[in-house]
Design a protein around this ligand. Structure first.
Ligand SMILES: Nc1nc2c(c(=O)[nH]1)N[C@H]1C(S)=C(S)[C@@H](COP(=O)(O)O)O[C@H]1N2
Ligand SMILES: [Mo]
Length: 311
């Protein structure tokens, strides 16, 4: 830490298929009208999201889930316990929005979402998402590596964990009235996991600003872990030497642990994790170890055999 991640547009030409460029802040990027006119992906709703080239290092190997499915089938308990919260979530104000990065760092800082959109190495990654409930999708997220943000604040050598705290706004989140839940929704990972190249802070999806129901304006995603590890609508990122007890672990530690790495051979106490239901089709497909990302992340867990690494 910090690890430098090559930006999508820095990968060799032969690897980059340059699928689509998303032109948001046209003026800010000084793009001429000619270029804009030739861009097929130019869409009005892309305003605010900087140009993001797809990083083809991360192959999903499956068809991208329809945008409509990914943005209307959501888990976001602050808005309700069923999947149909997308309309209710529109009440979550997206601006102004700041993310505090604090705790065991040399220079604690508060970042405005606009600053992050301007200054971070933004790229698109098509990642698989596997929920612990045994369904999955494939989403083209726009964002930047967590390590790029952490290098701005310089974690201290004593920092061992990264904790994500997410928004809790009773005025717009009816779920918070269910006071037996340990709000705010909090998640975390080790500093080594945080530094892995796959650990991604997401600010967009499908070439648009990330909609609130998917965790707008900023959420986390580690595609080798069950989806509940991916905190939505993050307000604070804290570096600490104490392992955090996250939202689901506090509710039911036997079912939802700290590590929560995807493993088809380790059943949830109440159901099998061997296969998953693909959202948008009625297909069932086999689940893969580390959700298919073992090449990237398996080395993180050498020497940790005594930990409960799987959910
Ligand atoms: N703040 C918050 N973040 C959250 C959740 C939540 O209820 N609240 N649900 C998690 C779960 S269980 C999953 S599977 C993913 C779902 O992300 P998606 O709706 O974008 O598919 O978000 C995760 N992040
Ligand atoms: Mo989930």
């Amino acid at each position: 830490m910090p690890i430098r991640i090559p930006r999508g547009w820095e990968i060799p030409e032969r690897e980059a298929t340059a699928e689509h460029l998303v032109f948001g802040r046209r003026k800010a990027f000084g793009l001429g009208a000619g270029l804009l006119a030739t861009s097929p992906a130019l869409g009005q709703d892309a305003a605010g999201l900087p140009p993001a080239m797809r990083n083809t290092r991360y192959e999903a190997g499956r068809e991208i889930t329809a945008e409509r499915d990914a943005t209307t089938y959501n888990n976001y308990y602050e808005f309700g316990t069923d999947k149909g919260i997308s309309r209710a979530a529109q009440r979550l104000p997206q601006r102004p929005w700041t993310v505090k990065v604090e705790g065991m760092v040399e220079t604690p800082r508060e970042f405005g979402i606009e600053d992050l959109l301007r200054s971070m190495p933004i790229e698109e990654r098509v990642y698989r998402l596997r929920c612990v409930e045994a369904w999955s999708m494939v989403v083209p997220w726009t964002g930047f590596p967590l390590s790029a943000l952490l290098s701005q604040v310089k974690p201290l050598g004593s920092a061992k964990y990264v904790v994500f705290e997410t928004a809790a706004l009773p005025r717009v989140m009816p779920g918070l009235r269910q006071s037996w839940y340990p709000w705010p929704y909090t998640e975390g990972c080790t500093i080594e996991e945080a530094g892995n190249e796959l650990s991604f802070l997401v600010v967009g999806a499908y070439g648009k600003l990330l909609p609130p129901q998917n965790g707008g304006p900023i959420r986390f995603h580690q595609p080798w872990k069950y989806g509940f590890k991916a905190g939505k609508s993050i307000t604070t990122i804290k570096l600490t030497d104490q392992r955090p007890v996250s939202f689901w672990e506090r509710i039911q530690a036997q079912e939802y642990g700290f590590w929560a790495n995807v493993n088809p051979e380790v059943s949830h106490p109440r159901w099998s994790q061997a296969s998953e239901r693909v959202i948008g089709t009625s297909e069932r497909i086999p689940t893969r170890l580390f959700n298919g990302y073992a090449d990237f992340v398996a080395p993180l867990y050498t020497g940790l055999q005594n930990e409960r690494l799987w959910a």
